[in-house]
Design a protein around this ligand. Structure first.
Ligand code: GAP
Length: 461
């Protein structure tokens, strides 16, 4: 019998991730900070592997695309121009009895089956609260305040004074760094359209109801691509990136039955978007949730920045000698959600003959460690260490000397290490080691001098 993401609770998986060193509660020794999480040693390795794979797929494999790294704190006029200061808000409602605060749309969605709340105005949400007799999850009262707009951008102050003239914001999306650098990138790379500007970094949103572990947090990492092209090619590039992103989530190992597209209805579209399709993942217990979005942003952002900054952001098309503002398609991944989905998807508990084992069946390239090296006995530590020192030059590897070999295998299965290499007493004579495969649990003897080639052929199979 195998337990996997389809018959395991979300809580069982997050408990495993917390106890094994993928993720820690943020500021834990101070009692934590609501919904803040830190990546531990395993989480960081996995995160960096995923970033590398995203860069390979979205930057290196598409000749049009480049990667930049813009600042988190930007000129506040950026956010006035884009409309984030006026429009980037959530519907906040307070319970009049216990003063708990909620996002009105989420509150309704959680209590009324199959209800559509996306894109509803505050008045419409207020009517739904009353119509469905929505209750405060904390005290059970149905007495709520009017719904207010809650600005989701975090404010801070630049320099030594704390007044409105020095107010700045932590970016709520990394995308704007790409838009404001469009002219710089065109000038310095001397490229023609189409061009894709990619970036990876932290974004911040003062979510009213963060939760579900790292699914919705106030600080998260985005991997975004703003792809600029000639107006009229919108459909072509939108469809291209829809398929490209779906291929990506398949290639990194998410099971087909747990992934789907979902088109946004007109009412639900973000204020900058002409059309958006999400890729959703079916999380255990939680159900379908957004993993990433592909948005057709038209000329919205560049038009706004041109108007607000006074800079000419037109592109002079060398083929037609005409000027125009390019249009944009944006595939936007949330790295933390992708990590969470991969960890849920790969988690399984297998019943063996006299035992059971937890396995994270992660893609070999993404697993925190690709290889574990183990001496069978402490007497063999020095010889095994030499092998480890060689391997760690090329792969993320771990050296494990404690406990029985069986226990060490189980530990590595539970964190997803695909290959375990054991140096035993025979190795002294035949110059071979035993390589044990995480998934099949099969073992084979491999020549030490061929080890790096062997590992490469397994990891990048
Ligand atoms: N630039 C477009 C943009 O930011 P979005 O749909 O708001 O679009 C893109 O965000 C992705 O960022 C989402 O699909 C999700 O993966 C991730 N994301 C958004 N808000 C998040 C949050 N509060 N916590 C974790 N990830 C989040």
């Amino acid at each position: 019998m195998v337990k996997n993401s389809s018959n395991t609770s979300f809580q069982e998986i997050t408990t495993h991730l917390l106890s094994s060193g993928f993720i820690y509660q943020g500021s834990e020794i101070y009692g934590g900070l609501a919904n803040s999480w830190d990546y531990g040693p395993l989480g960081v390795l996995l995160k960096n592997h995923l970033i590398d794979i995203w860069i390979k797929k979205f930057v290196r494999s598409i000749d049009y695309n480049v990667l930049i790294d813009p600042a988190i704190i930007m000129n506040p006029n950026v956010w006035k121009a884009t409309g984030h200061i006026d429009n980037f808000n959530d519907p906040l409602v307070d319970c009049k009895k216990c003063h708990c605060r909620y996002r009105a749309d989420e509150l309704i969605k959680n209590q009324v089956k199959d209800i559509e709340v996306e894109g509803k105005s505050n008045d419409e949400l207020h009517d739904l609260l009353i119509k469905h007799n929505i209750k405060c999850p904390n005290c059970g009262s149905s007495n709520f305040t009017d719904i207010k707009k809650f600005q989701m951008m975090f404010k801070t102050f630049l320099g030594v004074t704390e007044d409105t003239s020095s107010t700045v914001y932590l970016r709520p999306e990394t995308a704007q760094g790409c838009f404001v650098n469009f002219k710089n990138v065109m000038r310095t790379t001397r490229r023609k359209l189409p061009i894709g500007i990619c970036d990876i970094g932290k974004a911040f949103r003062n979510e009213i109801t963060p939760g579900n572990f790292t699914f919705r947090t106030r600080e998260f990492t985005q991997m975004e691509l703003e792809f600029f092209f000639k107006p009229g090619e919108d459909k072509k590039w939108f469809n291209f990136y829809k398929e490209y992103c779906m291929n990506f989530v398949n290639e990194i190992g998410l099971k087909k039955e747990n992934i789907r597209f979902r088109d946004h209805s007109k009412k639900e579209l973000a204020f900058y978007s002409k059309g958006t399709t999400d890729i959703e993942y079916k999380f255990p217990t939680l159900g379908w949730g957004e993993l990433m979005g592909i948005a057709s942003r038209g000329s919205y952002d560049l038009e706004r920045h041109q108007k607000s900054s006074g800079e000419d952001l037109n592109y002079l098309d060398p083929e037609t000698n005409t000027k125009y503002i390019p249009h944009v398609v944006e595939p936007s991944f949330g790295l933390d959600r992708l990590i969470l989905a991969l960890l849920c998807d790969s988690y399984k508990v297998e019943e063996l003959e006299n035992d059971s084992r937890i396995v994270l069946a992660l893609d070999y390239r993404i697993a925190p460690y690709q290889v574990a090296v183990m001496p069978l006995s402490t007497k063999l530590t020095d010889a095994a260490k030499k092998i480890f020192d060689n391997i760690k030059e090329y792969y993320d590897a771990i050296f494990d000397t404690t406990g029985s070999i069986g226990k060490r295998y189980r530990r590595e299965d539970a964190i997803g290490t695909p290959l375990c290499i054991t140096y035993d007493f025979d190795s002294e004579n035949d110059n071979k080691v035993t390589v044990r495969n995480r998934d099949s649990m099969e073992q084979e003897r491999v020549n030490i001098e061929n080890l790096n080639e062997y590992i490469h052929s397994k990891i990048f199979k």
